[in-house]
Write a protein that binds this ligand. Structure first.
Ligand code: SF4
Ligand code: SF4
Length: 430
């Protein structure tokens, strides 16, 4: 087979060459920790990509190792040489995706282009899941173990389903808060709006309590999952739509409560960098993007109202917030200000939980092993230190941790940190 043109990987050659092979990233890499294999480590994958560029290895030989990478960026945080591993990986994934004509790839492109960006389909799916959960059918299916008879690990995927809340829509054009307040645009996302629509309302409540004027802009899927899979042409197309429509609401800040989406929006400036029509506006757009925790930490919080809370919380740092956006201490320092909240540490809080976009669907075994490591530390926080809640700022992590907690039957809730802050701004229940 003709080797693919490696145009995107070639562009990252300097970054690839900046690896000094010191190996300091190995202990930080979740896939290396689980497998013990150099080929599943950052240093090993960089070497494989170099050999691909030099024509000594085929795409087929290295693809499985790149597929097993979580793209968690933990290796970047510890690298003394400042290797931008994520950029190299995404360049290689984009080149390899273009070389792949399999049914699986075409199906994924269909999902990224036609399903995720379509709110009617997404919410229709959410309604079906909610009906399945609330009609008693889910109970029956689980009690009889029916799904174990089906292939493709469907039973495991079903266990990941969170309770889908009733959807209370936030529509484009809605405005909330002080008309004279600093204007912000709140983005609602795709999966986040189906599974955690309540988190958007909590986010609104906290923003309004802190004096912001919040607009829900016309918006589209951010393209994060497509980018993760190397289908970056789809992400660029969605980025152009978002730059046009979100900037039209003239926000000072573009706010997200999903760290995976936020980190992709922060990359639009670079992804559209060479686009003569969009490059400059995409850079302006990305400079306005903030995670909700990052925004709230910029100035003192408005006073809380609720002094009746008693909750012990531990914090899991989503990779795309901690390692990519470098929002590290803000969530903890904000949570610590909520009256009645006690924080206990989570060992290796910044290590990936194995969710990583759709990694838990595509690599269920490795994802499960990585989750088990996380669960060991969560057990200590819960059973050893009394944590009753684990909080994290990304829908994939919320789903993944919930499935681990269900499996281990830990007496713990999983919540978004903004929901804890929202509790602090509500009047105590009588
Ligand atoms: S820590 Fe950085 S320089 Fe060292 S092996 Fe890993 S990627 Fe290369
Ligand atoms: S991105 Fe994460 S999984 Fe991939 S090589 Fe780096 S540390 Fe390992």
């Amino acid at each position: 087979m003709t080797p693919p043109p490696l145009t995107h990987l070639q562009l990252e050659l300097d970054k690839l060459k900046s690896c000094i092979h010191c190996g300091m990233c190995l202990p930080a890499c979740p896939t290396y920790r689980v497998t013990g294999s150099e080929a599943e480590s950052p240093r090993g994958r960089l070497y494989l990509m170099k050999k691909l560029l030099e024509g000594e290895l085929s795409p087929e030989a290295i693809a499985p190792h790149l597929d097993q990478c979580l793209a968690c960026h933990a290796c970047e945080t510890v690298c003394p040489s400042g290797v931008q591993y994520g950029k190299v990986l995404m360049g290689a994934r984009e080149d390899l995706a273009q070389h792949n004509s399999s049914f699986k790839r075409r199906f994924k492109r269909f999902v990224f282009q036609k399903i995720l960006p379509n709110p009617e389909i997404m919410h229709g799916g959410g309604l079906l899941v909610r009906t399945y959960q609330q009609s008693g059918l889910q109970w029956l299916v689980r009690a009889t173990g029916l799904l174990k008879l089906f292939p493709f690990g469907i039973s495991g995927q079903e266990a990941l389903l969170p309770a889908v809340p009733k959807h209370k829509p936030l529509k484009a054009g809605m405005q909330f808060g002080d008309p004279m307040g600093e204007p912000v645009a709140l983005l609602t996302g795709c999966a986040m709006d189906v599974f955690y629509n309540n988190v958007h309302w909590d986010t609104l409540e906290v923003l309004v309590a802190n004096g912001y004027r919040v607009t829900i802009p016309e918006q589209h899927c951010c393209g994060a999952l497509a980018h993760h899979a190397g289908e970056t042409d789809i992400t660029r197309e969605l980025a152009r739509l978002n730059v046009d429509d979100i900037l039209a609401s003239q926000p000072v800040w573009i706010v997200l409560n999903s760290s995976g989406c936020g980190s992709t929006l922060k990359e639009y400036g670079q992804l559209l960098g060479s686009d003569t029509l969009y490059g400059e506006r995409a850079r302006q757009f990305s400079a306005k993007v903030v995670d909700i925790m990052e925004l709230l930490a910029k100035k003192p919080l408005a006073p809380f109202k609720n002094y009746a809370l008693h909750e012990t919380i531990t914090y899991h740092a989503a990779c795309h917030l901690y390692h990519v956006q470098k929002v590290k201490n803000e969530p903890i320092s904000l949570l610590a200000q909520v009256p009645g909240i006690q924080l206990v540490p989570l060992t290796n809080a910044e290590t990936c939980c194995g969710s990583a976009g759709i990694y838990n669907i595509e690599q269920p075994e490795l994802s499960g092993e990585i989750l088990e490591n996380k669960m060991e530390h969560l057990k200590t926080a819960c059973l050893g230190m009394g944590a009753t809640t684990v909080v994290t700022g990304n829908p994939g992590c919320l789903l993944q941790l919930q499935s681990g907690i269900n499996k281990h039957q830990l007496p713990m809730k999983v919540r978004h940190p903004i929901s804890v802050l929202a509790d602090g701004y509500r009047n105590p229940s009588p």
